[in-house]
Design a protein around this ligand. Structure first.
Ligand SMILES: *[C@@H]1O[C@H](CO)[C@@H](O)[C@H](O)[C@H]1NC(C)=O
Ligand SMILES: *[C@@H]1O[C@H](CO)[C@@H](O)[C@H](O)[C@H]1NC(C)=O
Ligand SMILES: *[C@@H]1O[C@H](CO)[C@@H](O)[C@H](O)[C@H]1NC(C)=O
Length: 161
């Protein structure tokens, strides 16, 4: 029984990530080059399309999303709520980092900043995230986190706490 449970959790561990990643990547993806940084230049489409055009591409259980712009926006709102929660957790670690910094001028480490951004761009492909989005978002996260971390460092005064 225990072996069976172990075997099935290993199987689920192997199958689920593949199912999720294939859900995010349509089998025949005309937009594949849009995921690379830089994107290749293609001319503006001259088509006049009927709305909605193309096929729903997000597989969710037995149904596929999306059949309306409202459904698309509800999906985006749900993801944004998760992003806020994750950014809050990240900011908590940034704040914690100040406890290990000895002086104001050593709070920001530009080499580490650059490495975080480049790693995100490299890892983006494996999770089917456009590399240009990864680069811009992580640059914004770093740019906004550095002043925050400096503020936390400067706000701490031994006599005041
Ligand atoms: C698309 O619509 C515009 C404006 O009605 C028209 O000028 C153009 O010729 C149309 N293009 C095609 C490919 O039908
Ligand atoms: C996917 O399905 C679940 C449960 O059926 C639902 O709660 C969720 O909103 C759906 N997500 C999308 C993006 O359609
Ligand atoms: C981050 O800051 C650097 C240096 O100040 C700047 O070159 C870059 O454009 C900024 N990026 C974003 C996303 O604000």
């Amino acid at each position: 029984m225990r072996l069976f449970t172990l075997a099935s959790s290993i199987l689920i561990g192997i199958l689920i990530p593949q199912a999720l990643s294939s859900n995010r990547k349509p089998p025949q993806d005309f937009a594949q080059h849009c995921y690379n940084d830089p994107m290749s230049d293609i001319p503006a489409s001259p088509d006049n399309r009927t709305i909605p055009w193309g096929q729903p591409s997000i597989i969710n259980g037995t149904s596929t999303c999306c059949s309306s712009l409202d459904e698309v926006r509800a999906g985006i709102d749900a993801v944004d709520a998760q992003l806020l929660e994750l950014l809050s957790q990240r900011a908590a670690f940034v704040r914690e980092a100040t406890r290990f910094k000895v002086m104001h001028d050593l709070v920001d480490v530009p080499a580490r900043d650059a490495q975080v951004i480049e790693q995100a761009v490299t890892d983006a492909t494996a999770v089917h995230l456009p590399q240009s989005v990864a680069r811009a978002v992580f640059a914004a996260i770093i740019n906004s986190s550095v002043p925050f971390e400096l503020c936390v460092f400067d706000s701490f005064h031994e006599r005041g706490h």
